[in-house]
Design a binder for this molecule. Sequence first.
Ligand SMILES: *[C@@H]1O[C@H](CO)[C@@H](O)[C@H](O)[C@H]1NC(C)=O
Ligand SMILES: *[C@@H]1O[C@H](CO)[C@@H](O)[C@H](O)[C@H]1NC(C)=O
Ligand SMILES: *[C@@H]1O[C@H](CO)[C@@H](O)[C@H](O)[C@H]1NC(C)=O
Length: 485
Amino acid sequence: MASGARCSARHGHGRRGIAAVLALAALASPCRHGAAAAAAAEGSEPKKWHVVSISSLLPSTACTAAKASKSSALRVVHRHGPCSPLHARGDAPSHAEILERDQDRVDSIRRRIAGASAIISDADRVADSKTVSLPARWGIPLDTTNYITTVGLGTPPRNLSVEIDTGSDLSWVQCKPCARCYEQQDPLYDPAQSSTHSAVPCGSRECQKVEAQRCAADDKCRYDITYADKSHTNGTVVRDALTLAVSHALPGFVFGCGHDNDMGPYDKIDGIFGLNRGKVSLPSQVAARYGGAGFSYCLPSSPSAEGYLAFGGAAPPPNAQFTEMVNGAEPSSYYLDLVGIKVAGRELEIPPAVFAAGGTIIDTGTVISRLPPRAYAALRSAFVRSMAAYRRAPALSLLDTCYNFTGHTRVRIPSAALVFAGGTTVSLNARGLLFVSTVSQTCLGFASTGDETTVNILGNTQQKTFTVIYDVDKKRIGFGAKGCN
Ligand SMILES: *[C@@H]1O[C@H](CO)[C@@H](O)[C@H](O)[C@H]1NC(C)=O
Ligand SMILES: *[C@@H]1O[C@H](CO)[C@@H](O)[C@H](O)[C@H]1NC(C)=O
Ligand SMILES: *[C@@H]1O[C@H](CO)[C@@H](O)[C@H](O)[C@H]1NC(C)=O
């Protein structure tokens, strides 16, 4: 298929307003990448093996993404790589530290799911009373997130580097005046310098939509999110104009103005933008204003490349395969019905009930996908059999199946695919199967949940380079291969 046809086919059914513009931007953006479009011209028959050059697995130390983007989708880059605006500040975590923090994140997701019913009933109670004080909402540890974008907040817009997080609802940024703020790269957002800033009063519907809110004596809507690692953000819920991309603004965006914040030691982001299914998440606010509930993103293959994020009910790329967005124990998470795994073209013998016990969520911030113990064991043994030609290397944190590729210029890796209910089969690329620490320690990029009943997670290692489409209106999630480099 010619890449021109693939690109022009995307300008299909837009919606009105900002949603249409951003949707089109999202769909148009892969066309910026000549290489991606050309690669898509390869046959679509699933391969049993990938032969990859070792050097292609290693990130470049320079940012290879175009600096100026004409598209109106938001650029998405890895927080700790050369394309990150925070990069010059140094202090990136090691791979082992990233994996340890990844486990912290997974633990906090499990705690949240276990406590989901309790939190919902608390939120219902507080709606009846202005004076009840909620315990701080437990969030996801701050330093575990991985992909950032730049948004403009206020009028005139102030550019801020924020994490995009499908595990969070309320967005927040550090905000003047600071009781306690950590040092950040960009100037702080200052409500006094924005002509469109306004407070969110306590009794308002906007305030009550925030799960971690409580009313202060001064009638300000306050929020308090404490992360498991003792980092926290604490402040008032406010509104201001949000510039999502060149010349497109969302007026009256509700977010947390953090006056008292702390976070871990690495590459300090200016805040977090929540993309979950909660009532005040960014996609929920875009949908409430413009309709077309949904968004899509593409996480880049490596820290030296660039992906994107766009909002609006998008006409999906023609190669997108969809699977149903199902209901799960925690209503603000995105659940999928994962039922199987294929390795080198053969489906592993795993009863689908193994996946159903805990359910499966998709998350931007979890690095390594977590599988039920029986599914992980089946995947690992199939992988190990296929990789018999290579020397093993020691385990790396939670990754127990690692190889030493020193001395090889190319490696042959079995293909792998995720199978969803209804038969939708998403073939992973080679990078979706591997977590590359160094050439001498490259690991199977999956881990076991350790427990048959806990939630399974589709993490970002496996999502890289797919356009992932969250079609909230049609309750489905789509995967389009080769959405970005
Ligand atoms: C903010 O970011 C946009 C998009 O990257 C850029 O065009 C603009 O010049 C930036 N504004 C400021 C004040 O740095
Ligand atoms: C949050 O703010 C309140 C009121 O300003 C303060 O008393 C409290 O200590 C803060 N919480 C944290 C975790 O710092
Ligand atoms: C990888 O293999 C090389 C060559 O045999 C060896 O020198 C090195 O110590 C090994 N590294 C690891 C992490 O196993």
